[in-house]
Design a protein around this ligand. Sequence first.
Ligand SMILES: Nc1ncnc2c1ncn2[C@@H]1O[C@H](COP(=O)(O)OP(=O)(O)O)[C@@H](O)[C@H]1O
Ligand SMILES: [Mg+2]
Length: 334
Amino acid sequence: MRIGLSFDLKDALTHATGEPEDALEEYDSAETVQIIEDAISAERHNAIRLGGGREFLHNILGKKVDFVFNIAEGRGSYRSREAQVPAVLEMLDIPYSGSDPQCLSLCLDKPLTKQIVAAAGINVPRSNTIAGVDELAAFNWQDFPFPAIIKPAFEGSSKGIRLTSLVESARQMTESVSGLLNAYHQPVMVEEFIDGDEVTVGMIGNSPPQAMGMMRIIPKTENKHFVYSLEVKRDYKRLVEYECPIKLPDQTIKAISDASRKSFEILGCRDFARIDFRINSNGVPYFLEINPLPGLGTYSDLIIMALKMGWTHRGLISAVLNAALKRYPQWARA
Ligand SMILES: Nc1ncnc2c1ncn2[C@@H]1O[C@H](COP(=O)(O)OP(=O)(O)O)[C@@H](O)[C@H]1O
Ligand SMILES: [Mg+2]
């Protein structure tokens, strides 16, 4: 098969003046694209690089491909940016890996995702979404539980989540929220901080999806309120340890596994995803967010987890590809 590869390279994009320092954080490296290309070739397919943005549009119209392996994050800061490439592929009726435009748009909108997940009976932290400075000034914070965490509503890769995102009072919160509103030009969430273990879950396959692994993120130094912030993710080797498989009570593992599968299915995810939870002191998992297009690079949580579970990097990519191909009977291998 001729398999196109859509991606947005960090090095191909320029950092516009006035943009936050982490504006390009979610984009991919040349190494990641090479590994995916190798995995596709190892499955005896022809890999054809399509790139992202205008280059992708040009290539998808000009080069004949049977299927697209998509890791393009999309352009701009729109909450539907991850849907851009899949929407074009649907318009052209070209099959592709991963979730569809509706799922990708929904899941990048953290407040909306939480509402849907909560309606399905999954625990989510209490939160308020602040659309602008007027709303911030008008809100009555008297009953809001502090500490709280402040984050942009439509971001990933810990963009906008810094060591300063944890706030202890309404005053600190107001300063932090105004800063983020200014910098990221999108609503900001003020969320109850769930103190306790952080666990991320890798999901793979469809009907039913399987929890490929669960990984606990443990700070290396004593930390009053641990946040897996941008600073920590960039310096993870020094600052955190990864425990996988996780050593938590069976009952907690079962609760995480049930919540993972339920959220994957209810949000309409396909082929793979990564879901973040915090577990409170009673062993109750709280859903933080889901990534239907999680990073597939060497230093991404999903790949670190896969290696700890005995997969190879290429093997995991092949599994995503084959889960996607299975959805299209004409391409499925036995
Ligand atoms: N409500 C919360 N309680 C505790 N920690 C949180 C909460 N929300 C976010 N965090 C911390 O911030 C990190 C990043 O938040 P997350 O919502 O997963 O954003 P991103 O999409 O950038 O990964 C989490 O991995 C966790 O450490
Ligand atoms: Mg996360």
